[in-house]
Write a protein that binds this ligand. Structure first.
Ligand code: HEM
Length: 157
């Protein structure tokens, strides 16, 4: 009799818990939906690998490579690290941006729209190489596009 009482109350408890869970996470909602872009990209290691690949393409590009000509290995490492921190932060990660504002660091360089296009295409190629899913790919490129007004000074097309 006492065991029956406990069993009944335990079942009632489970039912109430299930109702509470369903009301907090109605059908169609998942915890994964709340993950940041940073997490969905794969966290710091993935961001780091993407930036390394992307920067490598920039440095040897026949057009924009000239912009990075003469940088020491240490400066290139600093450039990569600043970009890692930037991408990490703007995608919702825990990093601190260690560069000055994008407008300050690019202002006066006379960067052309066609150069921005080349740089953005390198990032697209890297994301494709790393098989970043379309959703995350688009989200990251949309964030990068918001930086364009701070970077491009010459509309050459
Ligand atoms: C696509 C978006 C871009 C992002 C997210 C980006 C990001 C950055 C970052 C974080 C830095 C380091 C700033 C610092 O030293 O504090 C930087 C520097 C620089 N960026 Fe960009 N950039 C972008 C586009 C471009 C474009 C289109 C060009 C020209 C082709 C360019 C040329 C440079 C140059 C020349 C430097 C300075 C390198 C140095 O001497 O240290 N960037 N960029």
């Amino acid at each position: 009799m006492y065991a029956n009482f406990i069993r009944k109350n335990a079942l009632a408890g489970i039912a109430i818990a299930a109702i509470l869970v369903l009301s907090v996470f109605p059908s169609g909602t998942s915890v994964a939906k709340d993950k940041t872009l940073y997490e969905r990209l794969g966290g710091y290691d993935a961001v780091s690998a993407v930036v390394d690949d992307f920067a490598g393409k920039l440095f040897i590009d026949p057009v924009v490579g000239a912009r990075f000509f003469g940088m020491s290995a240490d400066s290139r490492e600093g450039f990569r690290q600043k970009n890692k921190n930037l991408v990490c932060k703007v995608t919702g990660g825990p990093c601190k941006i260690i560069s000055r504002s994008t407008a300050t660091t690019h202002g006066g360089l006379g960067i052309k729209a066609s150069e921005f296009k080349i740089v953005a295409q390198h990032l697209v190629d890297t994301l494709n190489k790393f098989k970043v899913p379309e959703k995350e790919h688009k989200e990251l490129m949309a964030i990068i596009a918001t930086l364009r007004p701070d970077i491009v000074e010459v509309e050459d097309k």
